[in-house]
Design a protein around this ligand. Structure first.
Ligand SMILES: [Zn+2]
Length: 328
């Protein structure tokens, strides 16, 4: 069981510990920040710290409470998440939570609620939570985790003390990735916008191999070695959002290269030759139009209108070829 927050979260950790020792800890905390920086981990570590019977700098890991936490069966830790990823947190879940909170703590200490991602509460759920936030009861701590606190109901937000969690410095993130024995940490980190847990996830899911399908497809269609249809057949087997995001990232690099004429800050540092060749051929405004088109498809995919993936990728590849050969 992990007890310590990540290196880049230690400042916030110390601040919260100090508030707690002065008995000034608010009853609701909001941990916000981009995805893949370890917010959930931080909330879990802090929940364990608050439930531990003899914490020092972190939960002890050995007491009865810690053992219950380790087994995932501590009755005073309540975690509320959507039933399925991408689905809302519903009012029934919050009602069940309120029911539990109306009793007393079973182990005689704190009761801790982790709600993640808090912005996925639908409006009824958020309204129901509001009541608990207003009258939390004794020794009850709410830990709300949010990738997008702007989407959280303002009345809920205003009842929480906000703790934005930051991205680590590049050096810190690289060290952490080295410790996880990741190959090519620099590229993974760039592709993950500096978020180390996203980079690790990409590594664990063989993201770089899958991204090669995108790079090879673009080169192979441009050189006439593969047909648009054949490449789209390969691409449509992959996560459409991921493929669109990687394509977008390449186009962004082409735009960046055209304006800066430098390869220093390219995200796709391993695709330099493709980026240079394409940006030499395609005028800037056409690249922006291509980026818009990718975004339109991305919106369709996230809105779950389910565009035909084969046709979507064929269309994007045809667009790509028309730009490369300047027929558009
Ligand atoms: Zn303990």
């Amino acid at each position: 069981m992990e007890l310590m927050p990540y290196q880049w979260q230690l400042q916030t950790w110390k601040r919260l510990r100090s508030l707690n020792s002065q008995e000034r800890l608010p009853h609701a905390l909001l941990f916000s920040g981009g995805s893949g920086i370890g917010k959930q981990h931080f909330a879990e570590c802090f929940a364990r710290y608050m439930l531990c019977s003899s914490p020092s700098e972190h939960a002890c890991g050995n007491c009865k409470n810690c053992l219950l936490l380790q087994q995932g069966s501590h009755p005073d830790l309540m975690t509320v998440v959507p039933d399925e990823p991408g689905k809302p947190i519903k009012i029934d879940q919050i009602r069940q939570l309120s029911q539990k909170l109306s009793g007393t703590a079973q182990q005689g200490g704190y009761r801790v609620v982790i709600l993640n991602p808090a912005e996925e509460m639908n409006i009824n759920a958020a309204n129901a939570l509001l009541k608990s936030l207003e009258e939390p009861g004794d020794r009850t701590l709410f830990l709300l985790v949010s990738h997008n606190p702007g989407r959280l109901m303002a009345t809920v937000r205003s009842r929480c003390q906000s703790y934005p969690l930051a991205l680590p410095e590049e050096q810190q993130a690289m060290e952490w990735l080295h410790q996880q024995q990741v190959d090519n940490p620099e590229l993974l980190l760039r592709l993950s916008a500096g978020a180390p847990l996203r980079a690790l996830n990409l590594h664990q899911h063989k993201g770089l191999d899958r991204r090669q399908l995108l790079l090879k497809g673009l080169s192979a269609t441009a050189s006439g070695r593969s047909s648009v249809v054949d490449v789209a057949v390969v691409w449509q087997k992959e996560s459409p959002i991921q493929m669109l995001d990687w394509l977008q990232s390449l186009i962004n690099d082409m735009i960046r290269y055209r304006s800066a004429e430098s390869v220093d800050n390219l995200t796709n540092s391993d695709a330099e030759s493709l980026i240079l060749k394409a940006s030499a051929r395609i005028p800037g405004e056409k690249l922006f139009a291509f980026a818009d088109r990718i975004q339109e498809y991305r919106q369709q995919v996230t809105a779950k209108t389910n565009p035909n993936r084969q046709l979507m990728f064929e269309d994007l590849l045809i667009y790509w070829l028309e730009l490369i050969f300047q027929r558009r």
